[in-house]
Design a binder for this molecule. Structure first.
Ligand code: FMN
Length: 195
């Protein structure tokens, strides 16, 4: 079964995107994926500045995160929405990983062609749908293979049971669809025989 990396775009205690990532992680595992969960808190990086990049190169944590991308057949990102768009923690991590071109002197393209599924959540009724559209555009630009189904969770404070499950039946079905589509795409890619 494919190996899937799951993470949230927020490291806030009790983050709705963290709970959305938990729900995604459970659903992916239920459908047979081998899931790794990481927190961006474990990959602190400076704000991307090209002078810094020129002087010091790619930060070690960006390279480590890039290696995590490469070590999995697919990714699932659960993002919050800040001012209708991508929160800086997540955008900065993506920007740094997009700058990784080499590992140990060898060409390395951790994002190219990698299947990725997107979920969003917010405190309000719009569920982060403006952010998810921006994130999709950014990741396509980074040459990732962004799958079509997505799951957006509104009213984060009321959306989950005490057990962390999505209360809403239609959201649970959306999450099932996202997980199934990601597993299918990741499996296709991981079993492709190179000529
Ligand atoms: C700087 C900032 C901007 C925000 N902008 C939006 C927004 O555009 N749309 C929205 O639904 N919620 C917005 N929120 C509220 C977030 O949905 C809420 O803080 C949520 O809990 C953040 O995600 P998290 O729970 O995953 O950390 C904003 C919050 C912050 C801190």
């Amino acid at each position: 079964m494919p190996r899937i990396l799951v993470f949230a775009g927020s490291i806030r205690t009790g983050a709705y995107s963290g709970r959305t990532a938990d729900a995604a992680q459970r659903e992916l595992a239920l459908q047979g994926a081998e899931v790794t969960r990481l927190s961006l808190a474990d990959y602190p990086m400076p704000i991307l500045d090209q002078d810094l990049e020129k002087e010091s190169g790619i930060p070690e944590n960006a390279l480590k995160l890039a290696r995590q991308f490469a070590a999995h057949d697919g990714l699932l990102i659960a993002t919050p929405e800040y001012n209708g768009s991508i929160p800086p923690l997540l955008k900065n991590a993506i920007d740094w990983v997009s700058r990784v071109r080499q590992d140990g002197g060898h060409p390395f393209q951790p994002m190219t062609g990698k299947p990725v599924a997107l979920c969003s959540s917010s405190a309000g009724r719009f569920a982060g749908i403006r952010c998810i559209a921006h994130l999709r555009t950014v990741l396509v630009r980074c040459r990732m293979d962004v799958i079509t189904p997505e799951c957006s969770v509104p009213s984060g404070s009321e959306a989950f049971t005490e057990m962390g499950e999505l209360k809403d039946e239609s959201l649970r079905r959306s999450m099932e669809t996202v997980a199934a589509a990601l597993i299918e795409r990741a499996r296709l890619l991981s079993t492709r025989i190179e000529p």
